[in-house]
Write a protein that binds this ligand. Structure first.
Ligand code: NAD
Length: 301
């Protein structure tokens, strides 16, 4: 929970686009010091220029969040320049689709590297700094928000690698919330679980590094790409609205942050199946044509 954002420091990963950039824009309006982290240089440069022009202090760092040494250097820089951050948004993420058994080791390494290890590094490097600041100063307030997805609460077919990465982030975040509540009242955590929102996420292969190269796409991967293009670009809630939900949750100390609470019926049905021992239900039960289209596309000879 943060009750006064002015002059407080925010570290935002994936700050060059989408939710990260929109949260940075709100942070600038609130008068926060901003640490912008991204792996895409042109997007990071543009964000840095835009946010510096608002008059707040900005540190921009070209960092691959899955790289432990780069994240350590980032954490050292932040500590030396601003001290412990108050708001850490572990948000950078990428997606790969297709049938589980068709994903290569490089697909797993890339997606888990960014979506899970990026969050792990952010948590293991910044939390101790925040706890140390809280111990020294009873007025210090800190909040860590990790970006998961509705794919961290549901298991839609044909996107298993992404689902696994996001379920791990939900688990990590819930545990972080519990662990923090054991040791302090000054630092807490939340998890962001968006549904489909128009951002650059469906084009995340633009930043795929050469050490985890993509294999030629299989049919299921082409189908997944087409579905993700359509679902993401036709989302009606904007990234700016989601960013406002994030900042409101930080101010209100709310753990679960949703973009589309109306989609939670699917989560409820899944949870009921778990406790009653029924087989997994259709994660898009309200739209059975989605599963039908997938079956047709993947079974045709
Ligand atoms: N948009 C959606 O529909 C949606 C839904 C659920 C979850 N999410 C999650 O939201 C988060 C933010 O994504 P977005 O939708 O704003 O997409 P986006 O592509 O617009 O923004 C993601 C940013 O992360 C950066 N990034 C990618 N790999 C990185 C790396 N290795 N190190 C540092 N930065 C890296 C990208 O350059 C980009 O600027 C992601 O974790 C994504 O999985 C998005």
């Amino acid at each position: 929970m943060i009750s006064n954002f002015k002059g407080k420091t925010a570290v935002l990963t994936g700050a060059g686009s989408g939710f990260g950039l929109e949260c940075a824009r709100i942070g600038a309006k609130l008068g926060m010091n901003l640490v912008l982290v991204d792996v895409q240089k042109d997007a990071l440069d543009a964000a840095e220029a835009e946010l510096k022009a608002t008059g707040v202090q900005v540190m921009a760092r070209l960092v691959n969040v899955s790289d432990a040494a780069q994240m350590q250097a980032l954490a050292d820089d932040v500590k030396a320049t601003f001290g412990a951050p108050n708001f850490v948004f572990n948000n950078a993420g990428v997606a790969a689709g297709g049938l589980l058994w068709e994903n290569t080791q490089a697909d797993w390494d890339w997606v888990l590297g960014v979506n899970l290890w990026g969050v792990v590094h952010g948590v293991r490097l910044f939390t101790p700094m925040m706890l140390e600041a809280a111990a020294k100063d009873p007025s210090f307030q800190g909040h860590i928000v990790n970006t998961a997805s509705m794919a961290g609460l549901l298991n839609p077919p044909n996107m298993g690698v992404y689902n696994v990465s996001k379920h791990a982030v939900v688990s990590l975040s819930e545990t972080l919330y519990q662990d923090l509540s054991l040791v302090t009242d000054q630092v807490t955590a939340s998890v962001l679980c968006p549904y489909f929102v128009p951002t650059g996420i469906h084009q995340s292969h633009r930043n795929r590094p050469a050490d985890t190269p993509a294999a030629p796409p299989t049919r299921s991967q082409l189908v997944a790409q087409a579905m993700s293009d359509k679902a993401v670009t036709s989302g009606k809630i904007t990234a700016a609205q989601v960013a406002q939900f994030v900042m409101d949750a930080v101010a209100d100390k709310r753990f679960y942050i949703y973009s589309h609470p109306q989609a939670l019926g699917n989560v409820q049905t899944r949870m009921e199946s778990i406790v009653t021992g029924h087989n997994p239900p259709d994660p898009f039960a309200a739209k059975p044509e989605i599963g039908q289209r997938l079956r047709e596309a993947l079974r045709k000879p």
